[in-house]
Design a protein. Structure first.
Length: 425
């Protein structure tokens, strides 16, 4: 008989986390009771202990999540309300990540998600940018030592204008940084939580952390809220690192006084700021940054469900998302609002599409910072492409950039793929 194959590092980490959570959890059910998704998950009348028992069973056995717990774990939108509710100091949001990841080994939720996403990211980057810009955002190997790494993750490369705006702000602050991003620099959340490929997840996460370490940075500043949650919260302790890991908006806010002194160009607008209750600190960072923009008046903040728009689960459950989105749109329609300010890449894509249909202007917070600094925000290269309306015309329009990036595709094939690419953006 063969000796059992030793579990890989990611499996060991998740199993150790599961054991610690099992040790600490008293099954009190407080995290379930406070959870806002129970109605949409059909769990309003299910005792909290019964929901919890399914999660604890998976943490104990590593088997797929069964029963009412399955609906709860699958529908969690990362809103964060359960975290302060746990009397034992457990992070129930991370607990569900661990349970989902162990469960996905035998019952993956989205088995091929990353492969499809990776293809879309590379294609969309090449459609929108010349090769130099693609290379700048999708760098994975250190070219030199750098005190700061701006970690853009993989998915945000599909909205490069927001990343270049952010880099404009870092340049204004004279930060000495390099960029790490693209599918090769994925944080690994999809492989872990949704695909259950824990060996691949370990290689992906390790590869990204290794690439940061190669720069010998003091700080790694992330953009993507999913990367922030996965590397900064769920996998805390997975690897010892030599740098501080935090969100780029926190860094900008720490240097808020310097930024304010540089922002001499008034941006006279009355805005509604979109934010998310999960990872609310990032939303508060953005509001505090925008409060330093001369001329800008934040009339209101629209807090939506979950921790970001789009992505693999933050738009779940659809009913709860729809309710908070309806409230945002209703507020944005009011005459005291000149524009809706978007937050991350996923939020920007969704809200811009929804608002354009109603003639409501949208602007990303990074656009406003660049304007206040006297610069010209990067254009959304896809906006002009989308405006063409016809998929074949869109395919023709992006062909020069694709060719420049040495991607040789048939325009008819690309026209057929265009709906999928644009929807995924
Ligand atoms: S983070 Fe998930 S489990 Fe926790 S309260 Fe929010 S939706 Fe519920
Ligand atoms: S609130 Fe904490 S202790 Fe209570 S069931 Fe949830 S995780 Fe366990």
């Amino acid at each position: 008989m063969n000796a059992p194959v030793p579990p890989d590092g990611m499996t060991r980490f998740l199993e150790t986390s599961a054991a610690q959570m099992l040790d600490a959890c008293t099954s009190c059910g407080a995290c379930v009771e406070i959870c806002p998704i129970l109605p949409q998950a059909g769990l309003t009348d299910t005792p909290a202990e019964e929901v919890m028992s399914g999660i604890l069973a998976t943490l104990r056995t590593g088997d797929a999540i069964e029963g009412p717990a399955q609906a709860w774990a699958a529908q969690c939108d990362g809103c964060d309300r359960c975290v302060p509710a746990c009397p034992e100091g457990i992070n129930p949001r991370s607990m569900l990540l661990v349970a989902n990841s162990l469960s996905a080994r035998t019952r993956p939720a989205t088995p091929e998600l990353f492969r499809k996403m990776s293809r879309a990211i590379k294609m969309m980057a090449a459609m929108q940018m010349p090769p130099d810009d693609v290379a700048r955002l999708m760098r994975h190997k250190a070219s030199r030592d750098a005190p700061v790494v701006f970690y853009v993750g993989c998915n945000a490369v599909r909205t490069p204008h927001l990343l270049f705006n952010t880099m404009y702000v870092l340049d204004a602050l004279q930060v000495d940084y390099e960029v790490s991003g693209g599918p090769a620099s994925c944080c690994g959340i999809i492989h872990t939580k949704w695909e259950g490929k824990l060996g691949t997840a370990e290689r992906v996460t390790d590869g990204s952390i290794d690439s940061f370490e190669d720069y010998k940075p003091e700080k790694v500043l992330s953009w993507c809220p999913s990367c922030q949650m996965h590397l900064g919260e769920d996998l805390s302790g997975f690897r010892e690192t030599t740098y501080e890991f935090d969100h780029v908006t926190k860094y900008m806010l720490q240097r808020g006084a310097e930024l304010q002194a540089l922002m001499t160009n008034p941006v006279n607008m009355n805005v509604l700021v979109h934010a998310h209750e999960g990872m609310s600190d990032l939303g508060h960072n953005v509001v505090a940054l925008l409060n330093r923009v001369p001329g800008l008046n934040i009339v209101d903040v629209a807090w939506e469900a979950g921790y970001t728009c789009s992505g693999a689960n933050p738009d779940l459950p659809p009913g709860r998302k729809a309710d908070t989105r309806a409230a945002t749109m209703e507020r944005a329609r009011q005459p005291d609002i000149d524009a809706l300010v978007t937050l991350y890449h996923g939020c920007h894509g969704q809200l811009t599409a929804a608002c354009t249909r109603e003639g409501i202007p949208t602007v990303n917070f990074t656009d406003l910072l660049v304007r206040a600094l006297g610069g010209e925000p990067r254009q959304d290269a896809l906006a002009a492409v989308r405006a063409l309306g016809d998929f074949r015309a869109m395919a023709e329009a992006v062909m020069p950039n694709l060719k420049a990036n040495r991607i040789d595709v048939d325009p008819d094939w690309l026209a057929d793929l265009m709906p999928e690419l644009l929807t995924s953006a």
